[in-house]
Write a protein that binds this ligand. Sequence first.
Ligand code: TRP
Length: 338
Amino acid sequence: MRIVSGIQPTGNLHLGNYLGAIRNWVAMQDQVSAGGGQCLYFLADLHAISMPHVPAQLSANTREMVAALVACGIDPDRSILFNQSQVPQHAELQWLLNGTARMGWLNRMTQWKDKAGKNREGQSVALFTYPVLQAADVLLYQATHVPVGEDQKQHLELARDIAQKFNNDFCTEDAPLFTLPEPYIPPEAARIMSLRDGTAKMSKSDPSDMSRINMTDDADAIMQKVKKAKTDPEPLPSEAAGLEGRAEARNLIAIYAVMAGTTVDAVLADFGGQGFGAFKPRLGELLAETLAPINERFVALREDNAALDAILRAGSEKARALAVPTLNATYAALGLVR
Ligand code: TRP
């Protein structure tokens, strides 16, 4: 089993990022490396330039994300952790696959349609060919599995279509070049909502810092934010059905459940009938306890650009070694003399 997954480097990381993609990556790493498989995780910095961006922010976000990944448990000795732009084979393979991908396929991508909206003419070419780069990301390493949430399913399908067409057009039937990657359905990522509004996702761009728990928050800050979180005056119900129409209560209970590794019903079995005055300190403690070691590692590593760059350099070297044979075979299959 070889898993390949990318994440766009964003800054101001918070609990939502941790309980979403990052924790899944750590769980996959632990599972897959125990079974003798391999995980390749990368920062999709080449993808990030498909939208308007600030260069200094991109480098800062890339390093910040690496610090977060390592602080949360990605082990650069067990997983190959790198950034795309240090492995030029990604961009090279994308160009080679541009000959196979069809305009019609890309035109159908819902992410392209959503992001471009009514202004397709004004978008970068990179935004349009984004899914071809994503296909190159996984085909380059002969990935057997790619973890995909709902929003990335279509891009994985496209990678399979490109692989299939390339194998058909340029390989013999008994010697296909590209492995068709299978989806790896990760455990459902928790949708963490704002602490100020249970109907809005927890977000780095919410103007209120009280709406989120940042990866840089220490135990005191966490406790304070939880205690000030918006709630309602009713006591907690003893079953999940009783959370209907109580978005804030539902969110806090859901956070407790994922952090404790249990279910919403189990949490309510314990806390049903109690008020938030009793529940909030318990949630605050649980969060502070679990996040304290992560916060400590993150804050230290974030300041250490030399260490972060060394991690990326070492990971990129390993990734390049895995990428070169497939890239060479692709050049050869296309009749390119090198
Ligand atoms: N497009 C993905 C996202 O925004 C990130 C990504 C880039 C990716 N390349 C990938 C994910 C390859 C999986 C495999 O979430």
